[in-house]
Design a protein around this ligand. Structure first.
Ligand SMILES: C[S@@+](CC[C@H](N)C(=O)[O-])C[C@H]1O[C@@H](n2cnc3c(N)ncnc32)[C@H](O)[C@@H]1O
Length: 175
């Protein structure tokens, strides 16, 4: 296990437990967004960086869902709480082709130099006509902006967002 994985072992479990116990506005917005955008069932869905599976659970209404995260403790919790999905613990993305890939508030946790390979991995798994949903914190706005398959996280929409305070929050979030 490398240093980043070691850090997220604890971080993702704690954040996941909190999110299951206290539903939050960011997840409510994401649920609304996917419900507006996805029409259908029987889809193959991959939830990347799923943590303890809060959004993975919501995605099960659209078909067969695989959640993946490199925090094995968060995945252990997800397996218990979301029996309707299957889960993969590790850095490697599961193989296969997916109609929907979601990556909610994960990209900012991936070091910049790893992002091209990471995004390439997502692209190879997305079916032709598949949909990719990405959300990241959006530092300077309180409004919902971006492409229709993107939503800002709660931290960027509810608090004042000077670049300095955002940097501090990001450091806190990413360790
Ligand atoms: C802020 S949490 C978001 C969790 C979930 N998607 C949500 O919206 O509630 C970021 C997640 O990304 C995971 N993560 C970060 N880098 C990763 C990587 N390289 N491979 C797999 N998972 C990663 C972390 O373990 C953590 O669970």
């Amino acid at each position: 296990m490398d240093e980043a994985q070691e850090y997220y072992e604890h971080f993702s479990l704690v954040v996941g437990q909190r999110d299951w116990l206290r539903p939050n506005l960011r997840h409510a917005r994401l649920r609304r967004l996917v419900d507006e955008e996805i029409d259908g069932s029987g889809l193959r869905v991959l939830d990347v960086g799923c943590g303890a599976g809060v959004m993975t659970s919501h995605m099960t209404r659209y078909g067969e869902v695989v959640g993946t995260d490199f925090s094995s403790s968060a995945i252990e919790l997800a397996r218990k709480l979301v029996p309707g999905a299957s889960f993969n613990a590790g850095r490697e993305l599961p193989g296969g082709e997916f109609d929907v890939i979601t990556i909610f508030d994960v990209l900012e946790h991936i070091p910049q130099f790893e992002r091209p390979a990471f995004i390439g991995g997502l692209a190879r798994r997305l079916a032709p006509q598949g949909r990719l949903f990405v959300s990241t914190p959006y530092p300077r706005s309180r409004a919902t902006v971006g492409s229709r398959a993107t939503t800002p996280s709660r931290s960027s929409t509810r608090r004042s967002s000077s670049p300095t305070s955002w940097r501090k929050r990001r450091r806190r979030a990413c360790g």
